[in-house]
Design a binder for this molecule. Sequence first.
Ligand code: COA
Length: 260
Amino acid sequence: MNYNNILTKTSDSITTITINRPKKLNALNQETINELHQAFKEADLDADTKIIIVTGSGEKAFVAGADISEFADYSVEEGEHLAANGQKILFNFVENLSTPVIAAINGFALGGGLELAMSCHFRVASDNAKMGLPEVSLGVIPGYGGTQRLTQLVGKGLAMELIMTAGMIDANKALNYGLVNHVTTQEELLPLCEKIARKITQNSSVAIASAIKAVNANYQEGVNGYNVEIKEFGKCFGTEDFAEGTSAFLEKRKADFPGR
Ligand code: COA
């Protein structure tokens, strides 16, 4: 499929989605959000894709936020709809994909950009990256899940400070906070993400999908994560991947998972 604001490429079971509005620092306008929804959905359904990496084009920005020019004159109702629709079609959608998603944060990840990165299953940053939720400096609050996911990732005190100050932290501080898992140079960012991705693709994709569901259950209101884990654990015993993984171990060979 052809997109106006994103690029996609698949090789070695890895689909890379690049947000491509460098002149606007890859800010998320509505069209880009819709295209990202479509691209993530296609990659998730694609039998050749076992993992997704999302990054920004250019050397300056991952995503510098939601496109401020689009919502500057919104009403209360339009503002609420903007957040609800965005959460549904992009941010919650990515978090709940059964295909793992890595955010390769290659520069500014601000507002909706950091919220997108936080919706991914984990994050790797280049050493020039800067992260923050500057919304209160615009008289609004994070609306794409930022107040919830930042708190989950770094804890309440640090999340409160980062949101209230509207400040930016650098990649090493983000690493200390546990917001990103690794920091590397800009040149090494995609190669490192691809190296981690290749490790993940060696494992059972059905078991990984179950693991994503079970981990996410920890953050769902009214859901008992231990019970979800029990159900997902049990389901694994009915998969071809489990038969292959256990036989390969017992036969002292490398597993070749069918992904079913
Ligand atoms: N929405 C819309 N346009 C944006 C944008 C956003 N979130 N972030 C950057 N842009 C645009 C700028 O308007 C500018 O466009 P122009 O050349 O047509 O004027 C272009 O991207 C380059 O940005 P600029 O501000 O000139 O770059 P800079 O290097 O001076 O500053 C930032 C970089 C990231 C510090 C600055 O762009 C910024 O603060 N962006 C907004 C961040 C934000 O508040 N995000 C949360 C939104 S809720």
